[in-house]
Design a protein around this ligand. Sequence first.
Ligand code: MG
Length: 323
Amino acid sequence: MLGKPWGRKRMLKQDDICNTSPLPQAGGAGGGRPGPRLGAALATALTLSGCVVAVGNNGTSAPPPAAINPKLAGMQYLYGSAEADAISRQAWNALVTYAADRVRRPQPDSVVLAQGASLESPRFVPCAGKRPAAVFDVDETVLQNLGFEYDDLTGRPDRDFPSRWRAWEQSDGHAVLPTPGAAAAIADLRAMGVTVIFNTNRDDPAGSARVIEAAGLGPAVHGDTLFVRPDTGSGDNKDPRRWQIAQRYCVIAMGGDQLGDFSELFNTSATVAQRRTRADGPRIAALWGRGWFVFPNPVYGKALKGSPDDIFPADRRWHPTGE
Ligand SMILES: [Mg+2]
């Protein structure tokens, strides 16, 4: 499931206009959103000039300020950049290499934390007698919700998130892409005998299967290789579904863009610093890239929070002398 829509608007200041990237939502004089062609023209103008004071304004009053969707930078990175493409492929390549090794040299334990385990003293569900499987989150892990996020960026900002998301779950799936490297990696896993299982917080199993198929990542069969939020009555907590999967399969690898895709223990209340410490614990740190594989998501999710004081350690702050 995605995070909440962008709700707050940041009004454009002159410095913003001169220093930011082209804005798909630059407002016209009437306060409305420009149509696609005007939007493209504005984007081109912004790109060429790097600084636009007023567009189509011949009077003394400034045009209504436009809003910047705070998700824009994350979208530029995740959906547009070569760097994010490379990170995604890096993760998938490492995952396939790791899984191949686990198939060649089976280990006694899965990579699913057992019930009652902690991040400080992790214990894992055993593998004896089980066939290998890999478990993946769906959204921004195996596929990118390009259509939904495009609408989030360019559509009206005052709309209700749940209804937009429900409509998205029911869509035909044409406006998604597999994450870079996902299709080949998932095919490789299946070819080496690893069952690919999707554990998503989407609500609709038919829509989930449809979008996975549309992205070229299927099959996904509800209750067998696809698990959705209502399956265990545990809300967004994926642990009960993971345990259900791990009863039947030896889960040799997991992939996700949120730490809750690995264990709900990451989602208990914590400050930004405490949360980071959880990922850094000695037993947990060893799992990243060795059973647990994280995909980048700077667009939404639990990673995106914190004031400057939350983010920067007190002993690592700096300003030029005299300022
Ligand atoms: Mg996700």
